[in-house]
Design a protein around this ligand. Structure first.
Ligand code: ADP
Length: 484
């Protein structure tokens, strides 16, 4: 991997704690390239005690960091952003090597991830409080916004860069310090952020990365250590529930970006070519491994066959392979479990009367490569209707009218992203209102940007990331009542 980098010193494998690079008390754990199955790095396996040490360093560092002006914090965050962009290709290469997504997509993620550092750096200057007219003649009411304190994050492997920056950006901008525990599959993309944080001049202890194979122990430390004031998690709803329960003892503030089960609805007045393009990006980006990927594609009866045919033509053009190779659009799945899940959902669809339109098999490349797949004749009784597949399986459901599809779309515990394609203005407005989701894409399959508030309702989560709202998750409001 080093030989592929313009700057090989970006590849770090030790933990980054208190501005120092430390070995793991638990030895190391291997990081594999999912496209080839080979070990590309051995990364420091930090113990729970070492993570407690990192929290202590972060607590110490936060006191001074909170005293910096917003403008000063903005300046170092800007340098951090610039360094990410200057090294985007190397960061993308590291990301593809450990995660599998095609290089162009990985470099795109770096730009997306960096945008949160840029945006929230700018917001650091705009953490405005408030004055409120007093309730008595001698009273003045002020509202201060102050950093919560130490924020700890647990993040998944599907966006190894952006899931960290979109938490660290607002946290650092607000004046919090940060301890990041990256997914064990993808620690290198987190550690390189440490390398660049150091180069950018972010003070020692303000941004820490604690790689560890012991996810549940680290989760407990984050929840039980009284110095941690904020837990921010992206991952499954199942693990989110565990963390919320653990965090309850300290009444810890939590942000949760959890699972989704996104409906993607194509109405009969939709521009079908645009809908196919949107579905391709929404379903097959990152090989279906995003929490906002279309999981259920509902197509109105009048355009069902035409949409299916157009989607098939687009899917058959996907080029599956090693993400580092030229022209590849679709990488491997992250691991064997991910392949098993796709196959389980596929078998359930076919057992219950659905049909495979294209794909349906492990790819000839072997390993965790899987053919991009479309199934038709899918119904609400099938597993794909209620569970997130997180893979390259596009299930096409048929529907007749608006009320029916809204009922089906909302029939889930999840409420992260939903998409629909339609032209009729009143339908567009009503459907956008009726969908019980935190994010709704209308005539677009891509909704992610640092400028919008990303987050779910129902069991998809708590809090919002991105936009001016995102920094609120890292701020406390203090009401000061002044008698004059
Ligand atoms: P995914 O399907 O994306 O892997 P998970 O919710 O399983 O979703 O994992 C998201 C992150 O949470 C990963 O970094 C994982 O290591 C971590 N994790 C899993 N179980 C726990 C736990 N009990 N406590 C803390 N972190 C956990």
């Amino acid at each position: 991997l080093k030989s592929l980098l313009k700057d090989p010193t970006l590849l770090a494998t030790d933990g980054y704690v208190g501005g120092k690079w430390i070995k793991g008390e638990g030895g190391t754990f291997p990081v594999t390239n999912p496209a080839r199955g080979d070990v590309i790095a051995e990364v420091a396996d930090l113990s729970r005690a070492q993570v407690a040490g990192a929290i202590a360093q972060a607590e110490q560092a936060q006191k001074d960091w909170a005293g910096w002006t917003g403008k000063e914090r903005a300046a170092v965050l800007r340098r951090w952003f610039d360094l990410m962009m200057e090294n985007a290709e190397d960061l993308g290469t590291i990301l593809t090597a450990e995660q599998g997504k095609p290089l162009a997509e990985a470099v795109g993620e770096i730009a997306y991830g960096a945008s949160f550092i840029e945006f929230f750096g700018e917001q650091a200057k705009r953490v405005y409080g408030e004055t409120i007219p007093g309730h008595q003649r001698d009273k003045r009411i002020m509202v201060l916004k102050q950093p919560i304190g130490v924020a700890a994050s647990i993040t998944p492997w599907n966006f190894p860069n952006a899931m960290i920056t979109r938490k660290a950006g607002p946290a650092l901008a607000a004046g919090c310090s940060f301890v990041a525990r990256p997914a064990a599959e993808t620690p290198l993309s987190a550690l390189v952020l440490g390398v660049l944080a150091e180069r950018a001049g972010i003070p020692a202890g303000v941004f820490n990365v604690v790689p560890s194979s012991r996810a549940s122990e680290i989760g407990k430390e984050f929840c039980e250590n009284p110095a941690v004031r904020k837990l921010t998690f992206t991952g499954s709803t199942e693990v989110g529930r565990i963390l919320l329960r653990q965090a309850a003892d300290q009444v810890m503030k939590c942000s949760m970006e959890l699972g989704g089960n996104a409906p993607f609805i194509v109405f009969d007045d939709a521009d079908l070519d645009a809908a196919v393009e949107g579905a391709m990006m929404c379903k097959f980006r990152n090989n279906g491994q995003t929490c906002v990927c279309a999981n259920r594609i509902y197509v109105q009866a009048g355009v069902y066959d035409a949409f299916a045919a157009k989607l098939k033509a687009a899917v058959d053009k996907l080029n599956v392979g090693d993400g580092l190779a030229e022209g590849v659009t679709t990488g491997p799945l992250i691991n064997r479990d991910a392949v098993d899940k796709v196959q389980e959902h596929l078998a359930d669809v076919t057992a219950k009367g659905g049909a495979i339109l294209t794909g349906g098999l492990p790819h000839d490349l072997g390993g965790t490569f899987f053919q991009p797949t479309i199934v038709t004749g899918v119904t609400q009784e099938m597993k794909v209707a209620t569970e997130e597949t997180f893979g390259p399986l596009a299930p096409l459901f048929r529907f007749d009218d608006v009320d029916e599809v809204i009922a089906m779309a909302n029939d889930t515990i999840f409420g992260l992203a939903a998409y629909f394609y339609a032209k009729d203005l009143s339908r567009v407005y009503k459907v956008a209102e009726m969908l019980e989701y935190g994010i709704v894409g209308v005539n677009t399959g891509i909704i992610s940007t640092e400028l919008g508030p990303f987050g779910g309702i129902k069991q998809s989560g708590l809090g919002r990331e991105g936009s001016h709202h995102g920094i609120e998750d890292y701020l406390e409001m203090k009401y000061v009542c002044l008698s004059v």
